[in-house]
Design a protein around this ligand. Structure first.
Ligand code: TMP
Length: 237
């Protein structure tokens, strides 16, 4: 499948058209940003790690009955995906308190929630991706009530599948972000699932193995991505 035309370039990925109007290529960059693009940098090897990790996790989710945009891995930093129309809602699932939740509500980092929390954010950089209420989502027609229920229920199912897997490889899945898109008459999980979009803490040591190492200058950024790649896929390439 050949890349024909650049359709969209985001902060971490580029999307290209192909000969097939229903399929696009997602190319994963080493570029990293944080805090709404205020902090910028490069993480060597991130594109490859995030692509291979996302391929592995999408494949696992498909095998567990979750419909995703994933078709196949094309190369180390490219995957073939179905061309979806992204719903501008980011669903964040939280099992343990961290990040913006701690800042917003004064909850100590590391507090374990008895049940996961599913938040919705408006995916819109110009407004800094604000937290959004279901009423806003429905009134502003970002999704209808049935779609919203599907998104939240699917996010919870994905959390269960991912938590079981990450527990088995010695990682606490602290939180993660999901995006979905319309494809024909279906809603598919889209975007990526990677150390850019999840928080991973090593069980026992609580060592952070995700983009927080870049966000907060914790050092050993590249090795955290490689470590997660090895743990998730069982291989470093
Ligand atoms: P937060 O605590 O900063 O709201 O992040 C929650 C989760 O969402 C965390 O796993 C990182 C992920 N995330 C993204 O994937 N993209 C983003 O733009 C932000 C802010 C967070």
């Amino acid at each position: 499948m050949n890349k024909i035309e650049k359709l969209y370039e985001g902060k971490a990925k580029i999307v290209y058209s192909t000969e097939d109007p229903e399929l696009v290529v997602q190319f994963f960059k080493d570029d990293a940003t944080a805090f709404d693009g205020v902090k910028k940098g490069q993480i060597s090897g991130k594109g490859v790690a995030n692509n291979l990790i996302s391929c592995h996790l999408f494949d696992m989710l498909e095998k567990n009955g979750i419909a995703t945009h994933f078709v196949k891995r094309l190369s180390d930093n490219e995957m073939l995906v179905r061309r979806v129309v992204i719903i501008p809602i980011e669903l964040v699932v939280r099992n343990v308190a961290a990040g913006s939740l701690c800042k917003r509500y004064g909850i100590p980092e590391g507090e374990i929630f008895p049940e996961p929390i599913v938040e919705r954010y408006y995916k819109n950089d110009a407004f800094h991706d604000p937290l959004m209420d279901d009423d806003h989502i429905i009134r502003f027609k970002l999704a209808n009530a049935a779609e919203l229920t599907f998104l939240k229920t699917t996010a919870m199912r994905i959390n269960q599948i991912l938590q079981d897997f990450f527990n088995s490889i010695g990682i606490t899945l602290v939180d993660f972000k999901l995006e979905f898109g319309h494809y024909k008459d279906r809603l598919l999980l889209a975007d990526e699932i990677s150390p850019d979009t999840c928080r991973f803490w090593e069980k026992g040591t609580q060592r952070k193995l995700d983009k927080d190492r870049f966000r907060f200058d914790l050092g050993d950024v590249e090795s955290a991505y490689v470590e997660m790649l090895k743990r998730i896929t069982g291989s470093s390439s």
